[in-house]
Design a protein around this ligand. Structure first.
Ligand SMILES: [Zn+2]
Length: 91
């Protein structure tokens, strides 16, 4: 059976291999694409909506037990996706 994890964006349960794993490394959130990095991991769907939603909360610092977590890599992920989606609706 595939392990199920919770997406920090939409809070839906999802099988682990459909989620992006993120670990904390030196107070930075690091995308663990190959799911091989050691340490505590947290998960989010691989889409800008879920990543963006997760960034608006304290979900990452809490899940990774790093109060001062640097979320730059996750932020960039959202921005990169928005680049490819032109004329995204504003509000
Ligand atoms: Zn999600």
């Amino acid at each position: 059976m595939v392990p199920v994890r919770c997406c920090l964006g939409c809070r839906q349960r999802e099988s682990k291999d459909l989620l992006l794993r993120v670990v904390a490394e030196n107070n930075r959130a690091v995308l663990d694409d190959s799911a091989t990095l050691p340490g505590r991991g947290a998960y989010v769907h691989r889409n800008a909506e879920c990543v963006e939603a997760s960034l608006g909360t304290k979900a990452w610092p809490r899940a990774l037990r790093e109060p001062r977590l640097d979320l730059e890599e996750l932020t960039l992920l959202v921005h990169n996706e928005e680049h490819t989606k032109k004329n995204r609706l504003n509000g």
